[in-house]
Ligand binder design. Structure first.
Ligand SMILES: Cc1ncc(COP(=O)(O)O)c(C=O)c1O
Length: 456
């Protein structure tokens, strides 16, 4: 019987076509060394609060809030109940030409958390879609304003804006780009903000580096501002290994974008929803971009959701022309999916009721002291970076070559220490849920220290 036959009768003589429950081959895992994983899996079966559990019931501390997203910890009852209720009440309804109340309510709640006049929310399903949506809104905005020559998009080296073609075009992580052709035309990149000689072992935002924003002047001189639509940066570059913005850098970028009439986009997919001790990093830094992208923490990662928050003048620019005509030809079937909206509303309630953004801010000095005291004196440690409830540690490669030690750290942390971490080359990044206790911070940083020492 063919594998694709619609009517399959599975019997003993049909073993070849039967799904094998424990077969790991069919799932082509994302951003994963598939062969190494399948030879020695790190399997997660359930989660509660600060912990994951393997299928055998072994406890794994969540050192990474999943993928920088489970900010309120796992299995939180109010969110679980909200999506159960929502699934029974309204499983799906389109948001093209129709609406459902929770989409509007969630948009209002997010707009209220966002700074200044960032008042309008466009929903999608991931951070990658959020980045592409933001770039498209920027391009369309200039078009509608009659400045259609403003088409260039400026990103930054070492930036990560997801994996769509827009996101990898403005992103600056080499392996995410080099396999995928020539990408979108007309992009350029600011230099990244990391300089170990000047910044090593800075607590919080480094003193050195604000001037790197001035490179935008060089890019403007090269291309002319009349061709540039937008600049997109992460306020803290997470995926590349936690690079906090140097002091004053974002403010300088804002001033230059104003000077040259260029839109400024903050990708807050990681930094949104409390990671840096405020609803958005924009508030921490007192800098208002024109567009913010978000995802991850908006639903505590319980349901996929992303989105874009735009300033009032951007939204208003589109609200012209005949009223029956669609103003922005963009959207996703699952934009503002009812389950994601229900999860989002319950999540924002939880953040508010448990004061998790404030908790994140209050814990930051404890976190900073813990990571520096646990890791600084380990032989071979080259740098520690920390901002908000996030930290990274760089260490020398071992004899396996660049990146091997980082990989060994993931494996050892999981199997020997019961800890989930992230790595980027020979860098470990940790970024726990905002519910982490002081005792758990001590435990987490000690586990990381043992892993670094054991893989030297
Ligand atoms: C800053 C930033 N933008 C975009 C993304 C992409 O998000 P997603 O994986 O949900 O597409 C990420 C993911 O880590 C991110 O850190």
């Amino acid at each position: 019987m063919s594998k694709t036959s619609a009517l399959r009768v599975v019997g003993a003589d049909d073993a070849a076509n039967t799904a094998i429950p424990n077969d790991l081959q069919a799932f082509w895992m994302p951003f994963t060394a598939n062969r190494a994983f399948k030879a020695r899996p790190r399997m997660i079966a359930r989660a509660k609060d600060m912990y994951y559990y393997t299928p055998e019931g072994r406890q794994i501390m969540d050192g990474t809030a999943g993928l920088w997203c489970s900010n309120a910890g796992h299995g939180r009852d109010p969110i679980v109940q909200a999506i159960q209720k929502q699934a029974a009440e309204l499983d799906f309804s389109p948001t093209f030409q129709y609406g459902h109340p929770k989409a509007f309510e969630l948009a209002s709640r997010i707009a209220a958390l966002a700074p200044n006049d960032l008042d309008h929310v466009f929903f999608c399903n991931s951070g990658s879609e959020a980045a592409d949506t933001a770039l498209k809104i920027a391009l369309a905005y200039w078009n509608v304003r009659g400045k259609g020559s403003k088409t260039r998009l400026i990103g930054r080296e070492r930036g990560y804006h997801g994996v769509g073609f827009g996101g990898i075009t403005v992103g600056g992580i080499v392996p995410n780009r080099k396999f995928f052709g020539t990408l979108l035309a007309g992009a350029d990149h600011l230099p990244h903000t990391y300089n170990r000689a000047e910044q090593a072992f800075s607590k919080g935002e480094p003193e050195w580096g604000a001037h790197l924003a001035d490179d935008l002047e060089r890019i403007v001189a090269l291309h002319d501002a009349s061709t540039i639509a937008a600049v997109i940066v992460e306020p803290m570059a997470g995926s590349t290994g936690v690079l906090p913005a140097p002091k004053g850098y974002l403010k300088r970028l804002r001033e230059l974008c104003d000077k040259h009439d260029i839109l400024l986009i903050f990708d807050e997919v990681i930094t949104g929803f409390g990671r840096l001790g405020a609803p958005f990093a924009s508030e921490r830094y007192g800098v208002t971009p024109d567009i913010i992208t978000f995802a991850k923490g908006v639903t505590n990662a319980v349901a996929p959701m992303g989105g874009v928050i735009a300033r009032k003048n951007i939204y208003d620019t589109f609200m012209t022309g005949p009223e029956h005509v669609v103003e922005l030809f963009h959207g996703y079937t699952y934009s503002a999916h009812p389950l994601a909206c229900a999860a989002g509303l319950a999540t924002l309630d939880l953040y508010r009721d448990e004061g998790l953004f404030e908790r994140s801010k209050a814990l930051e000095p404890v976190w900073a002291d813990a990571v520096f005291s646990a890791w600084r004196d380990i032989p071979g440690v080259l740098d520690i970076r920390q901002v908000g409830l996030t930290a990274a540690v760089d260490f020398e490669p071992n004899k396996g070559g660049v990146g091997k030690r980082g990989f060994e750290c993931i494996d050892r942390a999981f199997h020997d220490e019961g800890l989930m971490i992230r790595t980027a080359g020979d860098t470990i990044a940790v970024t726990p849920p905002l519910i982490v206790t002081e005792a758990q911070i001590g435990e987490l940083t000690e586990k990381v220290a043992r892993v670094i020492k054991a893989t030297a």
